[in-house]
Design a protein. Structure first.
Length: 111
Protein backbone atom coordinates (compact mmCIF):
# COMPACT_ATOMS: atom_id res chain seq x y z
CA UNK A 1 0.00 0.00 0.00
CA UNK A 2 1.14 3.51 -0.78
CA UNK A 3 0.21 6.48 1.40
CA UNK A 4 -0.48 9.81 -0.27
CA UNK A 5 -0.55 12.97 1.82
CA UNK A 6 -1.06 16.70 1.70
CA UNK A 7 -0.05 19.33 4.23
CA UNK A 8 -1.70 22.64 5.03
CA UNK A 9 -1.21 25.47 7.51
CA UNK A 10 -3.82 27.56 9.27
CA UNK A 11 -3.68 30.49 11.68
CA UNK A 12 -6.17 30.49 14.54
CA UNK A 13 -6.81 31.92 17.99
CA UNK A 14 -8.06 30.11 21.07
CA UNK A 15 -8.06 30.05 24.85
CA UNK A 16 -7.86 27.00 27.09
CA UNK A 17 -9.74 26.43 30.32
CA UNK A 18 -7.88 23.28 31.35
CA UNK A 19 -5.35 23.38 34.19
CA UNK A 20 -2.38 23.62 31.81
CA UNK A 21 -4.07 26.02 29.43
CA UNK A 22 -3.69 29.74 28.88
CA UNK A 23 -7.09 31.31 29.62
CA UNK A 24 -6.16 34.47 27.70
CA UNK A 25 -7.04 34.56 24.00
CA UNK A 26 -3.93 33.95 21.94
CA UNK A 27 -3.08 32.57 18.50
CA UNK A 28 -0.89 30.02 16.79
CA UNK A 29 0.22 28.76 13.42
CA UNK A 30 -0.94 25.15 13.13
CA UNK A 31 0.15 22.60 10.56
CA UNK A 32 -1.91 19.60 9.54
CA UNK A 33 -1.06 16.62 7.37
CA UNK A 34 -3.60 14.05 6.19
CA UNK A 35 -2.85 10.68 4.57
CA UNK A 36 -5.00 8.49 2.33
CA UNK A 37 -4.41 5.20 0.57
CA UNK A 38 -3.13 5.35 -2.99
CA UNK A 39 -2.87 2.42 -5.36
CA UNK A 40 -0.27 3.00 -8.09
CA UNK A 41 -2.33 0.90 -10.50
CA UNK A 42 -5.41 3.13 -10.02
CA UNK A 43 -6.22 6.77 -10.71
CA UNK A 44 -4.61 8.94 -8.05
CA UNK A 45 -6.87 10.27 -5.27
CA UNK A 46 -4.79 13.47 -5.15
CA UNK A 47 -7.48 15.84 -6.51
CA UNK A 48 -10.02 14.69 -3.90
CA UNK A 49 -7.37 14.83 -1.17
CA UNK A 50 -6.42 18.42 -2.02
CA UNK A 51 -10.04 19.56 -2.34
CA UNK A 52 -11.04 18.09 1.04
CA UNK A 53 -7.94 19.55 2.74
CA UNK A 54 -8.66 23.02 1.29
CA UNK A 55 -12.21 22.82 2.64
CA UNK A 56 -10.95 21.96 6.15
CA UNK A 57 -8.40 24.77 5.99
CA UNK A 58 -11.14 27.27 5.12
CA UNK A 59 -13.16 26.09 8.14
CA UNK A 60 -10.22 26.70 10.53
CA UNK A 61 -8.07 29.48 9.07
CA UNK A 62 -8.28 32.84 10.87
CA UNK A 63 -11.01 31.55 13.17
CA UNK A 64 -11.39 31.53 16.95
CA UNK A 65 -11.23 27.79 17.68
CA UNK A 66 -13.39 28.05 20.81
CA UNK A 67 -16.24 29.01 18.44
CA UNK A 68 -15.52 26.12 16.05
CA UNK A 69 -14.80 23.16 18.35
CA UNK A 70 -17.17 21.79 20.98
CA UNK A 71 -14.37 21.03 23.50
CA UNK A 72 -11.20 22.79 24.65
CA UNK A 73 -9.36 23.54 21.38
CA UNK A 74 -6.34 21.25 21.72
CA UNK A 75 -4.42 19.57 18.93
CA UNK A 76 -6.23 16.33 19.78
CA UNK A 77 -9.58 18.07 19.33
CA UNK A 78 -8.42 19.58 16.03
CA UNK A 79 -7.70 16.05 14.80
CA UNK A 80 -11.20 14.94 15.80
CA UNK A 81 -12.69 17.96 14.01
CA UNK A 82 -10.74 17.17 10.83
CA UNK A 83 -11.85 13.53 10.95
CA UNK A 84 -15.53 14.41 11.48
CA UNK A 85 -15.61 17.12 8.81
CA UNK A 86 -13.57 15.20 6.22
CA UNK A 87 -15.37 14.53 2.94
CA UNK A 88 -12.51 13.24 0.79
CA UNK A 89 -10.91 9.83 0.28
CA UNK A 90 -10.85 7.66 3.43
CA UNK A 91 -8.36 8.99 5.98
CA UNK A 92 -5.62 6.72 7.28
CA UNK A 93 -3.67 9.24 9.37
CA UNK A 94 -4.05 12.81 10.61
CA UNK A 95 -1.22 14.78 12.17
CA UNK A 96 -1.59 18.28 13.71
CA UNK A 97 1.40 20.15 15.09
CA UNK A 98 2.82 23.50 16.05
CA UNK A 99 6.30 24.11 14.67
CA UNK A 100 6.99 26.73 17.35
CA UNK A 101 6.56 24.10 20.08
CA UNK A 102 8.13 21.21 18.24
CA UNK A 103 5.24 18.95 19.23
CA UNK A 104 1.99 17.66 17.86
CA UNK A 105 -0.63 14.93 17.93
CA UNK A 106 -1.39 12.15 15.49
CA UNK A 107 -4.27 9.78 14.81
CA UNK A 108 -3.86 6.61 12.79
CA UNK A 109 -6.54 4.20 11.59
CA UNK A 110 -4.36 1.26 12.60
CA UNK A 111 -3.78 2.29 16.23
Amino acid sequence: MTLLYTTFCFEASHSLTSAIGVPKIHGHSYWARVWVKSDPSQVTPLPGLETAASRIKEMLDHRHLNDVLSADPTMEQLIEFIRKQWDGPALLRVHVWRESLGCGAEWSADI
